[in-house]
Ligand binder design. Structure first.
Ligand code: ADP
Ligand code: MG
Length: 725
C-alpha cells in the first residue's frame, strides 16, 4: 500500500472532522478502505421502464420486478379505515404511477418533497381504478443533474449501504457518491495489483485499478460484470490459497504410525462377515489404506449416504491399525451412538484378541483411571467414546488412528485441535450428510475425500409419504400391520415434554397415551435426551434386541442408530425438522432387505398448499424460497431419496452464510462472493491456487513474492499453520 492510500479520508473534499468520525465508526479510516467500500446495488438504464411500458408488461401477465424513475407530484395520507395509508404520486415521461405504504408511515411521510426524483423498484400492479401502483417498493433518490446524465448517457448509478452514522452527518446517497467519486478519481490509480500476472492473464481478469473504478462507476454493464468477476475471483482465490497451504502442510507431515503389515486376520474378518462388501466399500478401504501405508499423516473425509455401510469400513481400518501395533479411537457425537458402536464392534471382534473399551461422560473416575493405565500398556486396543475421549486427561501418546463418526455434529475446528495435541494421529472423519460440492472446495477443502456412491445391493428404496395429522389413526393401523409381521417402528416427536406455547406433540405425553390405547398389545419403549444415561442405554439395547416393538423417541436417535429390523419411521410435526435432519431420520429405516416406510406427519397447511409447478429450488426467487421453504423441504423428501441431492437443496434453502462461516470452517467470511452462485469462479480459483501451491509450496519463487506477502499480511492470522515448511 502506498502512503497516499493509507492516508486518512479527511484529505478528501467534503469530508470534515465530523464525517471522518462517522466513517471511522463504520470501519472506514483510510482512502483505501473507502475504495473498497463497494456499492451494494446499481441502477442500470437497461433495467428501467417508463410507466406505459410497465403497464403493457403487466397487462401481458408479467410479474417481474421493474424500476421506474419519476418526479414526485404529491404525497397524501389517506384514512379510509382506522389505519392510514401513505400514497405517493410520481410522474414520468409517459404518465403517472403511485406508491403506497401501509406501515412505517411515520418514517417515510416527510421524506418525499415535490419536484424530487426517485428510482422506484418493485413489482407493480394495476389497481381496479386503473392506477399503476407499487406497494412498499424500494426507492432511491436521484439528483436532477444525475438523472439527466443517466437518462442521456446510460450511465450506471451505484448505491451504497448508508449507515445511520453517515446519515447523521448529512451524508446521503448523492453526497457519498460524490465523496467516493473524488477518491476513485484521485487515488484508484495508486492501487497495487493483488493477483499474480499469470492468474490475471489466464483468467482474462481486469487489473485492480480498472476493477475498482468500474465497481464504483461502471463504464458499461459488461465492464461492471467483469469487475465483479475479478473481485469475486480474488476473494475466492485467497481462500483457496489458504486451504491449499493448509492441506499441503498436512500432507508433508511424516507419520509415526505407518501401516506396514497386511494382515491375514483382516482377510479372515472380511470373509467371515455375513454380507459381501460393496465395490464402493472396497474402493474407499483401498484409498484409506494407501494413505496409511504412505508414511504421511492421513486427513480424510469418508462420505456416504445413510446406510451405505461406513461403520464396517472404519472397523476394518481400526482392526488393521491394531494388527500394526497402533491403537485406534472412534468418536461418536452421542452416548447412544457410542454405545451402539461399542456393542456392535465388541460383537464383530469377539474372536479377535482386541481390547475394546467405551469412554463417555458417564464413565466413572476409577474406570477412567484403569483405562488410562491400559492405554499405556496395551497396544491392541480400540477405544470408543463421545468427545470425552479428547477432553483433559486421556493419554494420547499411543493413539495412532482417530475415526470421527458423524463429523458434521462436531465443530470443524476440532479437527485441528486433535492435531494440535502434539502427536499426529491419522484422522478419518465420516459423515452421512453428503457434502455439497461447493463445501468440499471450501469448508472441507483441506481434507482428502473418499465417497461411497452406492448402497448395498439388497436394499429397497424407502417409501416416503406426507400425511396430515388427521390421518394418524389410519397410519397407526398400518404400523400395527408391520408389527404383526415382526417388524419394528420408530415414532419420532420434536419435543420431550408437552409445551403449550408450541402446540407440538411430545414424546412423553404420546408415550403415556399410546401405550395404553392404540398400541396396548405391543411393547413400547421411550427414549429422550433428558433420561439418565444408564436408562437410555438399556432402552436402546432392548429395542435393538427386539424386546420393544415400538420406540417412541425424540431426535436422540437421529444419527447413526442401526436397528435393521425397523421398517417404519413415523416423524411427527415433520415441518419442525431441517432437511438433513429428516433425511438422517429416514436413514434409520431401509437398512435390510425388507421394504421400509417413512411417514412424515404434518399440519394440513403444508400438504394442501399448492407449490409453484416446478419445484426446482433454482427457479425460485429468494423471496419465494423463504416463503415456501417448509413446503419445499417436505416435498423434497418425497421427490428425492439421494442424500447428495438433498444436501444441495438444503444448502440453497439455508443459504451459504449458514454453512460457510468462520465458526464452521476457520475461514474468513465472504464479502463479495457467494459460494452457491459463484461456484464456477470458485472452481477456477481453487484449481489455480492448488496448482500454484503444488509448484511452489513455500511461495519462494520471485513471481510469487506478492502472493506470499499478501497471504502473510492479510490472511496469516486465519491460517492455523504457518507458511514456512
Ligand atoms: P452408515 O453408513 O449410515 O453408518 P452403517 O455402517 O450403520 O451405515 O451400515 C448400515 C447397515 O448396513 C448395517 O446394519 C451394516 O451391518 C449393513 N451393511 C454394511 N455393509 C453392508 C454390505 N456390504 N452389504 C449388506 N449390508 C451391509
Ligand atoms: Mg453411521
Amino acid at each position: 500500500m502506498t502512503d497516499k492510500l493509507s492516508g486518512s479520508i479527511q484529505y478528501l473534499k467534503n469530508v470534515g472532522p465530523k464525517r471522518v468520525k462517522a466513517f471511522q465508526s463504520i470501519g472506514l479510516e483510510t482512502i483505501e478502505d473507502l475504495l473498497f467500500y463497494l456499492p451494494t446495488k446499481y441502477l442500470d438504464r437497461s433495467t428501467i421502464l417508463n410507466s406505459s411500458a410497465a403497464r403493457r408488461y403487466i397487462s401481458a401477465g408479467s410479474d417481474s420486478e421493474f424500476t421506474l424513475i419519476g418526479t414526485v407530484e404529491r404525497t397524501d395520507v389517506i384514512s379510509y379505515s382506522r389505519k392510514p395509508i401513505l400514497k405517493l404520486t410520481l410522474r414520468d415521461s409517459a404518465g403517472t404511477f403511485d406508491c403506497v405504504w401501509f406501515q412505517g408511515l411515520r418514517f417515510i411521510k416527510d421524506l418525499f418533497k415535490s419536484g424530487e426524483s426517485y428510482a422506484v423498484s418493485g413489482k407493480p400492479v394495476i389497481t381496479k381504478y386503473g392506477h399503476l401502483q407499487f406497494a412498499h417498493p424500494d426507492f432511491d433518490k436521484i439528483e436532477e443533474d444525475e438523472r439527466r446524465e443517466f437518462m442521456n448517457t446510460g450511465r450506471i448509478i451505484p448505491f451504497y449501504k448508508l449507515a445511520n452514522e453517515l446519515k447523521k452527518t448529512n451524508i446521503g446517497n448523492i453526497s457519498l457518491r460524490k465523496i467516493i467519486y473524488s477518491a476513485v478519481l484521485q487515488y484508484a490509480k495508486e492501487l497495487e495489483e493483488t493477483l499474480p500476472d499469470e492468474v490475471l492473464t489466464k483468467n482474462k481478469l481486469l487489473n485492480i485499478v480498472d476493477a475498482i473504478q468500474n465497481l464504483h462507476f461502471p463504464k458499461s454493464t459488461d465492464l461492471l460484470h467483469e469487475a465483479l468477476r475479478r473481485i469475486k475471483y480474488e476473494e475466492l482465490f485467497y481462500i483457496e490459497m489458504m486451504i491449499a497451504v493448509r492441506k499441503t502442510v498436512m500432507h508433508k507431515k511424516v507419520s509415526e504410525f505407518r501401516y506396514k503389515v497386511n494382515s491375514d486376520s483382516i482377510l479372515k474378518f472380511i470373509s467371515n462377515l455375513n454380507f459381501k462388501l460393496t465395490s464402493e466399500q472396497k474402493k474407499v478401504i483401498n484409498e484409506i489404506s494407501a494413505d496409511l501405508k504412505s508414511g504421511k499423516v492421513m486427513f480424510r473425509l469418508l462420505q456416504g449416504d445413510v446406510g451405505s455401510g461406513k461403520t464396517i469400513v472404519a472397523l476394518i481400518i481400526m482392526l488393521a491399525a491394531v494388527e500394526n501395533g497402533i491403537q485406534a479411537a472412534l468418536m461418536a457425537p452421542t452416548e447412544v451412538l457410542a454405545s451402539q458402536h461399542y456393542h456392535n464392534i465388541k460383537n464383530y471382534l469377539k474372536n479377535f484378541n482386541v481390547d475394546i473399551r467405551l469412554l463417555t461422560g458417564g464413565t466413572s473416575r476409577s474406570e477412567r483411571k484403569q483405562l488410562e493405565e491400559n492405554l499405556q500398556t496395551n497396544d491392541r486396543m480400540i477405544l470408543i467414546g463421545t468427545h470425552a475421549l479428547f477432553e483433559d486427561v486421556v493419554q494420547f501418546s499411543k493413539l495412532g488412528l482417530v475415526v470421527i463418526d458423524e463429523q458434521h455434529r462436531f465443530g470443524v475446528s476440532q479437527r485441528y485441535k486433535l492435531i494440535d495435541k502434539g502427536v499426529n494421529p491419522h484422522v478419518l472423519v465420516m459423515t452421512a450428510t453428503p457434502i455439497p460440492r461447493t463445501l468440499t472446495m471450501t469448508t472441507y477443502g483441506d481434507l482428502d475425500i473418499s465417497t461411497i456412491n452406492e448402497l448395498p445391493d439388497e436394499r429397497l428404496p424407502v417409501k416416503t409419504a406426507l400425511r396430515s395429522e388427521r390421518k394418524l389413526n389410519d397410519i397407526y393401523k398400518f404400523i400395527i400391520e408391520r408389527l404383526n409381521n415382526d417388524e419394528q417402528a420408530f415414532l419420532i416427536y420434536p419435543l420431550v415434554e408437552d409445551s403449550e406455547k408450541l402446540q407440538l406433540k411430545s414424546a412423553m405425553e404420546e408415550f403415556n397415551s399410546l401405550k395404553r390405547t392404540v398400541f396396548k398389545d405391543y411393547k413400547v419403549g421411550l427414549l429422550h435426551g433428558k433420561m439418565p444415561w444408564t436408562e437410555k442405554e438399556s432402552v436402546m439395547n432392548r429395542f435393538a434386541d427386539g424386546h420393544f416393538n415400538i420406540l417412541i423417541s425424540t431426535t436422540v436417535i437421529e444419527v447413526g442408530i442401526d436397528v435393521p429390523n425397523t421398517t417404519v419411521i413415523l416423524i411427527n410435526d415433520a415441518h419442525r425438522f431441517g432437511l438433513s435432519q429428516l433425511h438422517q431420520l429416514r436413514g434409520r429405516v431401509g437398512r435390510s432387505n425388507k421394504q421400509s416406510y417413512c411417514i412424515l406427519v404434518t399440519k394440513e397447511e403444508f400438504i394442501k398448499y399448492s407449490l409453484p409447478k416446478n419445484l426446482s429450488v433454482d427457479l425460485l426467487s429468494p423471496a419465494e424460497r423463504e416463503k415456501y421453504k417448509t413446503h419445499i423441504r417436505l416435498q423434497s423428501m418425497i421427490n428425492h431419496s439421494n442424500g447428495f441431492e438433498l444436501s444441495e437443496i438444503d444448502l440453497k434453502l439455508r443459504g451459504p452464510g449458514d454453512m460457510f462461516g468462520t465458526k464452521q470452517s476457520g475461514l474468513p467470511d465472504l464479502k463479495y462472493s457467494n459460494i452457491i452462485e459463484d461456484v464456477e469462479i470458485l472452481y477456477q480459483a481453487k484449481e489455480d491456487a492448488f496448482n500454484l501451491v503444488k509448484n511452489d509450496f513455500s511461495l519462494k519463487e520471485e513471481k510469487n513474492f506478492l502472493l506470499r506477502k499478501i497471504l502473510m499480511n492479510k490472511y496469516l492470522s486465519d491460517l492455523t499453520l504457518s507458511l514456512t515448511p
